[in-house]
Design a protein around this ligand. Structure first.
Ligand code: HEM
Ligand SMILES: *[C@@H]1O[C@H](CO)[C@@H](O)[C@H](O)[C@H]1NC(C)=O
Length: 482
């Protein structure tokens, strides 16, 4: 190469570079991604996120980025660049536009465990139909007329066996599992349900082995256990079909699913029904049992809140006999309890946010989310934001008392522990009722102390490290009208 050639080469290549650079900045400007840091290649900021969420105070992960970039920023977590939203309006936009602009998006390892036909993975009109079917099985009227009596009975039954040291998280899980099995297919606790729960717990463990599922024994065991659980449920479905043919009609979720089969929309296969039931077991289990445990934890740490709650429930119990079942009116009269429930949901953030994928380029608040990108609508970030809740990081159930004058809730959009839009949790009311009934029996029948210091963590799920061990002592029965 002589010198002219080299000169020409340099000229051309710098020209190309310049064009390339210009093009890149213009597409960037046109797209205008939210600001942020993608971190390391492949890992991105996943490790920072995990280490923050493994502590009792994960807030700095979000706080740091919000103060640097604002409430919507770009990061790279769990293998993909992700737009992270800590903004209530953007979250609402994401949730409301489910199926039109965004769709739910779960990692493959989770989909395998859920099954192809689970509600969480369904899309489009089938999702709509199944979502409303779930709603029709768990709405207030159904809870009032059918589910409440079993909730009350099974909570009592389990608590009857409590003495001395109790691992609250384990007990809450047992209760929640039994409740769901009863609601889905009318089985009372027995050896069969216990075996089912053992296999089921192996499946659950598989959900939280994130990085390389193919190499993980926990994951393989979970897939195997899923096969067994599905087999057991499949048997139940077939048995039930026979019973139904004989004219024996039960009133539960399985019956509702089988009823759907006859109509013109086309029936469901056994596999579809099994996946659907398994998804309901998963969705209600971790969430409700964790919220029960954490409500007790927060109350234990706040004696005056606990005292006020006790007073409310002693009053309700005093109106009734010792063994009398709670009625819907009793539930409706638990006004302070509902403050405790909301405040626990707000502070605990069991589901810290939801993952979605943009179905097309989306412009919002001056930024563009490119088609195909992951977004994470963080519910937690909004619940913990001082702009939306005064002293946002303190447990304060009184903030929910409407007559307190200093309403700390700036708008309805900012509190969404159950998500929103077409995928809003269909078990929201059921979860609230189960927690309220649990708290009623807990405070009217027992006093307790913490057995060991325990720590709250938020990864891989929201939980306390030692399953919240407490020492319980039976209270004297609440005297009627004393
Ligand atoms: C108190 C505890 C609970 C909390 C905090 C909670 C929270 C949530 C949230 C945030 C979502 C939205 C997920 C998303 O948008 O991707 C959701 C969905 C769902 N929840 Fe719950 N949930 C609770 C209890 C329950 C219970 C008891 C059931 C049982 C019926 C249940 C069944 C479901 C189902 C089936 C979905 C999927 C809905 C869909 O994709 O259409 N949840 N839950
Ligand atoms: C609890 O939050 C819900 C919104 O999810 C709200 O409708 C309800 O009024 C709140 N309850 C209390 C006691 O403030």
């Amino acid at each position: 190469m002589d010198s002219t050639n080299i000169f020409l080469y340099l000229l051309v290549s710098s020209f190309l570079l310049l064009i390339f650079h210009l093009l890149r900045t213009t597409t960037r400007r046109k797209l205008h991604l939210p600001p942020g840091n993608l971190g390391l290649p492949f890992l991105g900021e996943t490790l920072q996120l995990i280490s923050a969420y493994k502590t009792e105070n994960p807030e700095p992960f979000i706080d740091d980025r919000v103060s640097k970039y604002g409430t919507v920023f770009t990061t790279h977590v769990f293998g993909e660049p992700t737009v992270f939203s800590a903004d209530p309006d953007i979250n609402k936009f994401i949730l409301q536009n489910e199926g039109r602009i965004f769709e739910s998006s779960y990692p493959g390892s989770i989909s395998n465990l859920l099954g192809r036909h689970s509600l969480l993975l369904m899309k489009g009109s089938l999702h709509k139909r199944m979502h409303s079917l779930t709603m029709s099985f768990a709405n207030s009227m159904i809870i009032r007329d059918h589910l409440l009596v079993d909730i009350d009975r099974l909570v009592r039954l389990n608590m009857d066996a409590w003495t001395g040291r109790v691992l609250l998280m384990e007990e809450a899980k047992k209760i929640t599992f039994q409740l769901t099995v009863k609601q889905l297919m009318s089985f009372d606790p027995c050896e069969w349900t216990e075996n089912l729960m053992k296999e089921y717990m192996l499946v659950i463990e598989g959900f939280f082995t994130i990085p390389l599922p193919i190499f993980s024994t926990t994951y393989r065991r979970a897939i195997q256990a899923r096969g067994k659980v599905a087999e057991a449920l499949g048997l139940v479905v077939r048995e039930r079909k026979k019973e139904t043919e004989k004219g024996d009609r039960k009133n539960d979720m399985l019956a509702a699913l089988l009823d759907e089969e006859g109509d013109s929309g086309g029936g469901f296969s056994d596999e579809q029904i099994v996946d659907f039931m398994l998804a309901l077991l998963v969705a209600g289990y971790e969430t409700t049992s964790t919220i029960m445990t954490l409500a007790v934890k927060f109350l234990t740490e706040n004696p005056s809140a606990l005292a006020q709650l006790k007073e409310e429930h002693d009053e309700i119990r005093a109106r009734k006999g010792e063994e009398e079942t709670l009625q819907w009116d009793d539930y409706k009269s638990m006004s302070f309890t509902q403050c405790v429930v909301n405040e626990t949901l707000r502070i605990a953030n069991i589901i810290s946010g939801v993952f979605r994928r943009a179905m097309r380029d989306v412009s919002i608040k001056g930024y563009t989310i490119p088609k195909g990108w992951r977004v994470f609508a963080s519910l937690r970030a909004v619940h913990m934001d001082h702009d939306h809740f005064k002293d946002a990081r303190t447990f304060n159930p009184w903030r929910w008392q409407t007559n307190s004058g200093s309403s700390s809730c700036s708008s309805v959009n900012v509190f969404s522990p159950f998500g929103g839009g077409p995928r809003r949790c269909p078990g929201a009311e059921l979860g609230r009722v189960e927690l309220s009934v649990f708290l009623h029996h807990m405070v009217t029948r027992f006093s307790w102390v913490l057995a060991e210091q325990d720590k709250l963590v938020f990864f891989p799920t929201t939980r306390t490290q030692k399953r919240y061990p407490i020492i319980v002592q039976r209270r004297n029965p609440v005297e009627a009208n004393s």
